[in-house]
Write a protein that binds this ligand. Structure first.
Ligand code: TNX
Length: 511
């Protein structure tokens, strides 16, 4: 007797892994040209677009249909339920975000059968582990046009990320137009690392990105990194910047990667960090911050403004503390929640709502865990970005031309996957963690193809860390399963235009 044709549950290509998943191998739903979608109009439009990209079939929205997308009370924020059988596909969710995530899961289930596209019979119940699930894009070291950022939003949203952190300014360039401080983009936006051209987002561009992200249930978290990483500010407003502090480390970076040492009033095109600072004891600095964060707050519907605070290596600890205290208070007074890199945890008197973003290693070094714990002692939470796991700018292999290695790189897909949020910092558990974020620094990255080559499939490992149950608590929440599930998503990702990199670790399904 032949075994019934079925998709084993463990092979359903779902990333991030849903909370519960049952597939009995009964007959699948056949997606044909006559299929129609009924229910929530936004979710229906999202699903029709997704199916058209994946299969060429764009089901119409109709009064009744075999595919049902419906809001219904019950369940936690962003959760959804999905049932598929031969006759129907039903997604229900208590909110619009949940419906959107149910639709993304549906998109991952679509498979090419012998006689056209099918959706395997399944029952799924799902909800996120963490409320903040972020990706970061550094648009300062290299500038990425609006279309590239939109493509990155599409990739992230399909993996159920809900925050896009934009690193909008650094030593190498200022990337956001502000009416209060026009010189920033007029004078300091034209350059990038390595002499590449720069660029900036107009206020209309930024609005467009915020709206594009919102339509995919993502907030934008703008970062203006201060007091360090501000050489570009000094080009536009020389009176606000200290002279560069040139350490031996900076000389070494210049020897390793080329370029010039930073010089005041000259655009900086190298890759060194930690030499620049705003003047801490000059009220003009705080007038500048009030203008910049005030205008950004008005342009940003999301609840967070990121104030940076990392690698202020030339700034004395007391000065750094005073500065971080003032800038976080300023952001809080604007009605926004500040986020700062973990270094700011050393500053006494930080606004107590300030979220810390930990970017140390999976096993903390140099007291970075202690700085991170300080945010929690203040009563706030942490975002975790362990650099030797989910810094997507680390080389994926020793041969990669793209990427850096400082965080114990190269970083394999397995290493990006096999860690758990609650295990990183001693004394920090589930309730202290707001979420997970995977940063993409762009010193070596210039194009969307570069971003894809670095992100895939490690971005999917970060998504699973952010959304799914803790590592090892479900038989499928394990490296071997993830490897197979991610590999089987290749047809969907390719249909979205992702340029998947060759991988020794993950076998990409053809198609
Ligand atoms: C460290 S992570 C930085 C960035 C670099 C990145 C490169 C962090 C808060 N600071 O300035 O771009 O490493 O991986």
């Amino acid at each position: 007797m032949n075994a019934p044709e079925r998709t084993p549950m463990s092979l359903l290509p779902l990333v991030p892994l849903p909370v519960s998943l049952a597939a009995d191998g009964s007959a699948p739903f056949r997606l044909d040209a006559g299929a129609t979608i009924t229910g929530d109009a936004d979710a229906a439009a999202t699903l029709a677009r997704l199916l058209e990209v994946r299969t060429g079939i764009a089901p119409a929205h109709a009064e009744s249909g075999a595919i049902v997308l419906r809001r219904s009370p019950g369940g936690t924020a962003e959760s959804y339920r999905l049932t598929v059988d031969a006759a129907s596909v039903v997604v229900t969710a208590p909110d619009a975000a949940g419906l959107f995530y149910g639709v993304q899961t549906l998109g991952q289930l679509v498979a090419q059968g012998d006689a056209g596209f099918v959706i395997p019979a399944a029952t799924i119940q799902d909800a996120p582990r963490f409320t903040y699930r972020g990706v970061m894009l550094d648009v300062a070291r290299h500038f990425f046009p609006v279309e590239t950022v939109k493509a990155y939003i599409d990739r992230a949203a399909s993996l159920k990320f809900n925050a896009l952190h934009l690193h909008l300014a650094d030593d190498q360039g200022w990337r956001i137009e502000l009416a209060s401080r026009p010189a920033l983009t007029e004078v300091a936006s034209g350059t990038s690392v390595g002499g590449d051209p720069g660029g900036f987002y107009t206020k209309a561009d930024y609005r467009e990105l915020v709206a594009y992200a919102a339509a995919r249930h993502m907030i934008v978290v703008p970062e203006i990194d201060v007091p360090g990483h501000t050489h570009a500010v000094g080009l536009a407003y020389p009176e606000l910047g200290e002279a560069p502090v040139i350490s031996e480390e900076i000389r070494q970076t210049v020897r390793d990667y080329g370029g010039e040492l930073p010089t005041p009033r000259t655009p900086y095109e190298g890759m060194a960090v930690g030499f620049s600072s705003l003047k801490i004891h000059d009220e003009a600095t705080y007038d500048f911050l009030a203008d910049v964060f005030g205008e950004l707050a008005g342009m940003t519907p999301g609840p967070y403004l990121h104030v940076g605070g990392d690698e202020a290596l030339g700034t004395a600890p007391d000065d750094f503390a005073e500065f971080m205290r003032r800038v976080t208070a300023l952001v809080a007074d604007l009605g926004k929640t500040p986020i700062a890199w973990h270094e700011a945890g050393s500053a006494a008197g930080l606004d107590e709502q300030t979220i810390g973003q930990y970017w140390g290693l999976r096993t903390p070094t140099d007291g970075m865990d202690e700085k991170a714990r300080a945010f929690v002692r203040n009563g706030a939470q942490l975002i975790l970005s362990p650099a030797d796991a989910i810094y997507l700018d680390m080389k994926p292999s020793a041969e990669s031309e793209l990427g850096l290695t400082w965080a114990n790189g190269p970083t394999s897909v397995e290493r990006a996957y096999a860690w758990d949020a609650a295990e990183i910092i001693e004394g920090i558990d589930e309730r202290d963690i707001l979420g997970i974020e995977a940063p993409m620094w762009s010193e070596t990255l210039r194009t969307l193809a570069d971003l894809d080559a670095m992100a895939f499939p490690r971005i999917a490992a970060a998504a699973e860390a952010a959304w799914s149950v803790p590592l090892g608590t479900d038989a499928l929440r394990a490296w071997e399963s993830f490897r197979d599930r991610a590999g089987a998503l290749a047809p969907l990702w390719r249909s979205m235009g992702v340029a998947l990199p060759a991988s020794d670790e993950v076998a990409w399904t053809a198609g």
